[in-house]
Design a binder for this molecule. Structure first.
Ligand code: GDP
Length: 291
């Protein structure tokens, strides 16, 4: 993960944890810090109840104990989900879905690079066939990420047929991972969900779908999640990718989003560079968040 973490809570909490003792203000300050970091009211309340109970049980008044308990409580909550990517099929087909602008194209490039460093060969399918500029942008990122790309043969080609051709290309050329980019036009939600279902049907005739990754922009927090609701309801999402965590003061969204959706976070984007994508490790995240 990046060294500088603007989403880290430690700045906001430093004053509190370096006080001589836990007092009345401590709890209010903690609640304010968690809400500001976008943990959301439900998670904030649950975490604070949990900490109150532990502080009473261990009869401590030391703010450093509280800091440790907060870190442990967050890690425990984040660890309830299986955040490992399931990419054992050959080829392993991954659909990448999400609203335009969240960072889908960039994520596909970074993910290709990430997989390449583990020695995996990757082909990207440009199944958002409506926007020619989007296809070119995807091609640039695929190249940066060391992946091959299957492009639509003509503007507006049926996205499902591009997805079909991509999986077919992978099978014929022994490529291990297929990443399929999909459209994210919110204006035509019904049409978009039908398009995704068709892609699924067509792909599943050739190979099982290993993962459906929903990309979310961490800077938009709970609003972004509301926008992505249709994907969660209809697209069979198996994992979340949180992007732009580097530009967000909302690290708590990571916990809120998992608790709200019940879907594990599998990848985290923390920058615009090709290497700025990592897997999600609860222990590392909790440590960076709380300090
Ligand atoms: P798409 O429309 O969903 O395909 O979104 P793009 O991949 O084109 O990304 C939209 C913008 O977000 C671009 O300017 C990206 O550079 C930026 N972006 C994507 N991921 C990240 C990230 O993890 N951190 C930051 N800071 N910017 C990102």
């Amino acid at each position: 993960m990046a060294q500088t973490s603007s989403w880290s809570l430690s700045g906001a909490l430093r004053g509190m944890f370096s006080k001589p003792t836990i007092d009345e203000n401590t709890w209010e300050d903690l609640e304010y810090a968690l809400l500001t970091a976008d943990f959301g009211p439900d998670v904030t309340e649950a975490v604070i109840d949990d900490l109150h109970e532990k502080v009473d049980r261990y009869r401590t008044t030391d703010p450093r104990d509280l800091q440790r308990m907060l870190r442990e409580s967050i890690e425990e909550r984040l660890s309830k989900y299986d955040t490992t990517l399931k990419l054992t099929e050959r080829p392993a087909v991954v659909l990448v879905v999400g609203v335009n602008g969240v960072g889908k194209t960039t994520t596909i490039g970074k993910f290709s690079k990430f997989l390449g460093t583990y020695g995996r060969s990757v082909v990207v399918g440009a199944a958002d066939t409506f926007r020619a500029a989007a296809v070119d942008q995807l091609a640039t990122w695929a190249e940066r990420g060391g992946a091959q790309i299957v492009r639509p043969q003509q503007h507006g080609q049926d996205p499902a047929s591009v997805a079909f051709q991509t999986v077919d290309f992978a099978k014929r050329n022994g490529i291990e991972i297929v990443l399929i980019d999909t459209a994210g036009r919110l204006q035509t939600k019904g049409g978009l969900m039908d398009e995704l279902s068709k892609i699924r049907r067509v792909v599943e005739k050739q190979a099982p779908i290993s993962e459906v990754l929903l990309v979310l922009d961490a800077t938009t927090g709970q609003n972004g999640l509301a926008q992505a609701e249709a994907f969660i309801e209809h697209a069979g999402v198996t994992g979340l990718v949180l992007t732009k965590l580097d530009g967000s003061a909302k690290g708590g969204f990571v916990l809120a989003v998992q608790e709200k959706t019940g879907i594990p976070i599998k990848l985290v984007g923390q920058g615009e560079g090709i290497h700025d994508l990592t897997g999600f490790t609860p222990h590392v995240f909790a440590q960076k968040l709380v300090g």
